[in-house]
Design a binder for this molecule. Sequence first.
Ligand code: AP5
Ligand code: MG
Length: 200
Amino acid sequence: MLNLVIFGPPGSGKGTQSAKIAEKYRITHLSTGDLLRQEVEHDTPLGKEIRKYIDKGLLVPDEIVLREIKQQINGQEGIPGFIFDGFPRTINQAEAFDRMLDQNDTPLCLVISVEVEEEELFNRLMGRSEDSGRSDDSDEIIKRRLKVYKEQTFPLISYYKAQGKIATIKGMDPVEQVFGKICHAIDTYLCSRKVLPVVY
Ligand code: AP5
Ligand code: MG
């Protein structure tokens, strides 16, 4: 089973690249942002709770996110794999995720870490804000999301480096070039079952 995580700050291209990876490697794209936004759209009590966090640019509590992920991956034995987009985002989520994957005997193969400069991230998200319809794509909230990433999510790089699972991708290039580098990292893993500690 090919289990991949795409990791990076808001606007680094996780969603854009995940769609392409899912199509090429025939794996399922699981975006916690999309799952949570669906709950918000349904306007259930849970959706209302989630909205409070998303609209402020804060992380949704781990227990809610972990429940969503469990629902998605359990009972899906036999499928070729997943690309997890926007998850995990805290050390607590990463540890719980490791336990879940262990129980299912489907370990995480590779964490694709996409690096983009902060000014470019801000410009991309402001550019997208005109037609994204996302409540969190506004000047102040984008800044908050970038801050939350640095404080709560960035430390996961060390967590996965220690496991030898990080492939670092420079994400400032056009979409197709970034995708080419990601495919190179995935194909290298598939050939050797090893993650090379290089920057693509
Ligand atoms: P989430 O939906 O995950 O959003 P995000 O991480 O803030 O990132 P984005 O989706 O905005 O950007 P992206 O990296 O996917 O880039 P994209 O491809 O869209 O999370 C939203 C919220 O949900 C969180 O704030 C939190 O509240 C909650 N949440 C989600 N997961 C959670 C979790 N695990 N725990 C707790 N809370 C959670 O690209 C961005 C733009 O750039 C697009 O316009 C695109 O066309 C463009 N672009 C992409 N690549 C390139 C390129 N190479 N060159 C030029 N432009 C590009
Ligand atoms: Mg996204």
